[in-house]
Design a protein around this ligand. Structure first.
Ligand code: SF4
Length: 464
């Protein structure tokens, strides 16, 4: 039951965003702020050396997954953790269903986890009549709004303070001029009761250390620690690519991930979970389950170039710098993971046809690759998926013909110059009407003024 993309979703969501400038300005402001903090945090370290090291470690893990997965499983079992393998979303949810039945679960608190979004955990539990409450403040807000996350790190960045005031006023009767602190205190009070009443806590996992069977979780609010320690049962869903070989690797990854995501030297809280509560310990769950989820990752691993996307640590830095994402936010992507990483993961995890046209939702400016802490070659992977889409006949015939015609012209300088000269008459011939093949585009924009001298002539004569 992988959560695919409803047909036409992306287009409909893009149209919605176009008519909501307040969402665009909220996303642009938040991403610029995240990115400014990342720059500052990176300026404090020898960032190129760190990025090379992180790339190499993840590259090693991803190309030796069989070995490290077996090692992680053995260590987790030795630590008293119950380990499950899930090839698909259906299998992962079946594991969860068995835990719910076995322990008689009625109330769940959830830490922020993109993998559980990918799997559709909330919908599954609610369908079984189980109460589920998101506990990250941003996730809590969008759960009350009935929306999916818009960003990997900041799920509610598309919403303004006034949106939250209105929402809390409707749900809790708080004044419409409440301060952010007052709103947070209201959520905190409501969530405290959820933590105490829950019989299951669900989390994802930022990293899983094979050497020790340690699950590492990064957060800023303390809700993950409460979700994973207050209820008697903890279920962690972990993508099979989230492994690190040694506990010594963790320190570098905890720091680079936080610096890339929010500009912090490290997250406010880092939880290292190595098993259920031991004798004499005052808190912690009695039972811990780790579900190792594939759900398309092995298939992606077999894909030329695109497999490098499995190095991703989900920091969101590529979203924050992306000129497309900054205008749209995450919803128009129509997939759990948005922005540049979403555009390269979707074809691998959902299948190319279902992911269309995400690989084309990029200007290929390369800014995403410049900021990726594990040096994923995102533009190369976008081109890879575009080539695959052309081969599979997923690109409209008109576009294929147009590109072929352009390539034929571009290879013949004289014909190219003649065509360029001819194009100069098009605006005159159309008399202000939109060019039919660019109808959607030119319907929204005024065509630019033509330069009196074409570029190739300027180039030849020496640009002044
Ligand atoms: S692709 Fe790189 S920059 Fe983007 S979320 Fe993943 S690790 Fe971060």
């Amino acid at each position: 039951m992988s959560r695919g993309r409803p047909a036409g979703y992306a287009r409909a969501a893009a149209d919605t965003i176009r008519n909501k400038p307040q969402i665009r300005s909220a996303v642009t402001a938040a991403t610029k702020s995240f990115d400014a903090h990342r720059r500052e945090a990176w300026s404090q370290i020898d960032v190129d050396a760190w990025r090379d090291w992180c790339r190499d470690v993840k590259q090693h893990v991803v190309t030796h997954l069989d070995r490290y997965l077996e090692e992680a499983e053995a260590k987790l079992l030795a630590n008293g953790v119950r380990v499950h393998w899930a090839e698909s979303a259906e299998e992962a949810l079946a594991v969860l269903g068995a835990v719910v039945d076995e322990a008689g679960i009625r109330r769940v608190v959830k830490a922020k986890s993109m993998l559980t979004e990918e799997l559709g955990v909330n919908e599954y539990l609610e369908g079984r009549g189980v109460h589920v409450r998101e506990t990250d403040l941003g996730e809590y807000i969008i759960q009350l709004l009935g929306e999916p996350p818009s960003h990997i790190v900041g799920p509610a960045i598309h919403r303004s303070l006034d949106d939250s005031r209105r929402l809390f006023h409707e749900h809790f009767g708080t004044p419409m001029d409440s301060s952010p602190e007052a709103l947070a205190a209201t959520a905190r009070q409501a969530l405290r009761e959820e933590f105490l009443a829950a019989d299951l806590g669900i989390s994802g996992g930022n990293f899983l250390v094979a050497e020790t069977g340690t699950l590492a979780l990064i957060e800023n609010e303390g809700n993950i620690r409460l979700s994973t320690s207050a209820p008697p049962v903890h279920v962690a869903f972990v993508g099979i690519e989230k492994l690190l070989p040694r506990i010594a690797d963790l320190s570098g990854f905890l720091q680079i991930t936080a610096r890339a995501a929010t500009g912090q030297p490290i997250g406010n809280y880092v939880s290292l979970i190595s098993g259920p509560r031991r004798a004499g310990e005052i808190d912690g769950p009695e039972t811990v389950h780790v579900v190792l989820v594939d759900n398309g990752r092995t298939r992606l691993l077999g894909e030329d170039v695109a497999w490098e996307a499995l190095r991703c640590v989900r920091c969101g830095a590529c979203l924050n710098i992306c000129p497309v994402y900054r205008q749209t936010g995450g919803h128009p992507y129509g997939f759990t993971y948005s922005g540049p990483i979403g555009a390269i993961l979707a074809p691998g995890l959902l299948g190319l046809e279902e992911a269309m046209p995400l690989p084309f939702a990029s200007s290929l400016c390369g800014a995403c690759a410049d900021v990726c802490p594990v040096r994923i070659p995102i533009p190369d992977i976008l081109l890879h998926w575009r080539e695959r889409a052309v081969e599979a006949g997923l690109v409209p015939a008109s576009e294929r013909l147009g590109m072929r015609a352009y390539a034929a012209l571009a290879e013949r300088p004289r014909a190219f110059a003649a065509a360029g000269a001819g194009l100069r008459f098009v605006p005159w011939a159309l008399g202000g009407r939109a060019l039919p093949v660019l109808g959607g585009w030119s319907g929204e924009r005024a065509p630019p003024e033509l330069s009196p001298r074409p570029f190739h002539r300027l180039w030849k004569e020496g640009i002044e």
